[in-house]
Design a protein. Structure first.
Length: 557
């Protein structure tokens, strides 16, 4: 396909559909999406995407659902995901994305709560089981991937004569209902309008300096607000190229094929990247090589190329705090990871560390353009922007509770701000617990200190009603590779070091090593890899409340 030409960007008030019409008219032959299938990279131009979307939209219109009806997408990220999303909008319906890792209970809940009429089904890990959660009276449409049983296939739905007219929508019309990943209970349906999402896409494009020459890799869940805004919304706004991965097994191949110019990940994956590097190049040897001037440059270049990030002008991390020690470690390699903070409720745009500032490692950065932040008397972070949600679907009571009288969103995060305007999250208000001594403990800062030990991959500090808080943890690959005696000695040193930095009521009584990893599949992590604290505390309640004589406890299930 020909090189992209630079054309005027869509106006900031334009929604996703208007962006599609813009690129369809101005750069129809330019490359928009790349989808690997069986090792072959399929390419989609703007004209191809627009034609497919118009056919899908016409078929959806022919289903004769009421305007504003909800249509769900249950699939891993793929080119068809974005085309289905656009078609839902073009047909005058509301899209409801569902995490591809969602269990049957969650799928049933979302479909029933949103009164979904039709579901697009794509690549899943437990296809048969997850499809069983879709009621018989809900129509299903299969993306063109194997082993999906549905009422219609992709070829049938794209065979309709393309819709000729350009559907127009109002900024305050409901575009999508995004269900939160449920780290603290049942998912809540966050309502976003065409206006709030258009603003987020434009602000993301502007602050990240994205243009037609950029490439993004889409692999974090599109059902989550961050990927939806920073990939889909900014992608359509900037007219850039979006690459997908075929599977987790082909991740390295696909990221190297893409060579993204913006790469966003989550803390757990950055930790895995670090362990992968150290497996090939032990820390002692790496330290030595980084001290040699010419070799230093070559090593950094080789590591970036090995990760597929040689062309990345910005790397970022979100969803959960990234341990400062890991950020600093990557910075030594010339990989500067900018942290950010956002919520489903504010279209993912709260703060960002733009540009990267090594002196502010550990902060979540400063507000995005157009975002106003302030702290309440309880130090709760409050935010206001055009990206704030319309409210929670069918839940006016929770919607009212979510906002202050002057329209600021209550985030539930405790925070602090320094003299340079950089914000620091100090914990979740709901996660703060009281020990038997009547003292309050905020888990997040203690968890961050523990994560500096590279033997630890996952951690949760808890202990409501106990004499002292305790920490449940899961070992990293490096920790698992060592003997129990060696790990115990390291953890004992870590416990001593961490407790030395804490007030007496915060000091940990024990570190409890859990043999079972915390995963999405065993429902201990959300689809965005956040710990489901309430589930963890309930499942391991006996372990947490037991009295131990040793500071380091090994729990086998």
């Amino acid at each position: 396909m020909p090189e992209k030409s630079v054309v005027p960007q869509p106006d900031s008030s334009n929604n996703l559909l208007a962006c599609l019409y813009h690129w369809e008219q101005h750069t129809p032959d330019s490359l928009f999406m790349v989808q690997p299938v069986d090792g072959h990279y399929h390419t989609y131009s703007w004209a191809t995407v627009a034609t497919t979307v118009r056919s899908l939209a016409q078929q959806l219109i022919d289903m004769n659902y009421e305007p504003g009806s909800r249509v769900a997408i249950l699939s891993k990220n793929c080119a068809e995901w974005l085309m289905a999303d656009l078609a839902i909008m073009m047909a005058g319906y509301v899209s409801v994305p569902i995490f591809s890792t969602a269990g049957t209970d969650t799928i049933e809940y979302v479909l029933k709560h949103a009164e979904v009429k039709l579901v697009f089904v794509g690549k899943l890990d437990e296809t048969e089981k997850q499809l069983s959660a879709i009621a018989d009276d809900i129509t299903t449409v299969a993306f063109p991937y194997p082993n999906i049983t549905a009422d219609y296939n992709w070829e049938q739905f794209t065979a309709a004569v393309p819709l000729k007219s350009n559907t127009q929508v109002e900024p305050d019309a409901l575009m999508t209902i995004i269900y939160t990943s449920g780290s603290t209970g049942s998912p809540k349906g966050v309502m976003h309008t065409y206006g709030s999402m258009a603003w987020a896409g434009n602000q993301g494009m502007t602050d990240l300096h994205l243009g037609t020459q950029d490439r993004l890799l889409s692999y974090l869940p599109l059902a989550h607000i961050t990927e939806r805004v920073l990939v889909e919304m900014t992608g359509f706004k900037a007219g850039l190229t979006i690459h997908f991965i075929e599977s987790l097994e082909t991740f390295q191949r696909d990221v190297q094929h893409c060579e993204p110019t913006l790469f966003v990940s989550v803390p757990r994956l950055w930790s895995k990247f670090q362990l992968g590097i150290l497996h090939k190049l032990p820390q002692a040897k790496l330290n030595l090589l980084l001290k040699i001037p010419l070799v230093n440059t070559l090593i950094k270049k080789k590591i970036r190329a090995g990760l597929g990030l040689s062309k990345a002008k910005l790397c970022a991390s979100g969803s959960a705090p990234l341990a400062p020690v890991i950020t600093a470690w990557f910075a030594r390699l010339g990989i500067n990871i900018s942290e950010g903070w956002g919520m489903t409720e504010n279209a993912a745009l709260g703060t960002a560390s733009l540009p990267f500032n090594a002196d502010k490692i550990g902060s979540i950065g400063r507000p995005w353009g157009g975002v106003s932040l302030r702290l309440s008397e309880q130090q709760e972070l409050l935010t206001k922007s055009p990206g704030n949600m319309q409210g929670y679907y069918l839940d006016p009571e929770r919607t009212a509770e979510a906002f202050t009288e002057d329209g600021y969103l209550r985030t539930g995060d405790k925070a602090a701000v320094d003299n340079d305007g950089y914000y620091f999250i100090t914990g979740r208000i709901k996660e703060i617990f009281k020990t038997a001594k009547g003292k309050y403990v905020t888990p997040a800062p203690i968890e961050a200190l523990l994560m500096e030990d590279n033997h630890i991959e996952q951690v949760c500090v808890t202990g409501a009603g106990l004499p002292h808080p305790v920490a449940l943890l899961v070992l990293s690959e490096e920790g698992q590779a060592q003997s129990a005696d060696a790990v115990t000695a390291s953890l004992r040193d870590t416990l001593k070091k961490v407790n030395a930095n804490l007030e007496s009521h915060q000091r940990l009584g024990h570190l409890i090593v859990i043999s079972e990893p915390w995963t999405i599949e065993n429902e201990l992590l959300t689809p965005t890899l956040k710990v489901k604290r309430h589930v963890l505390e309930k499942r391991f309640s006996e372990v947490i409340e037991q009295d131990y004589s040793d500071p380091i406890v090994w729990h086998e299930r």
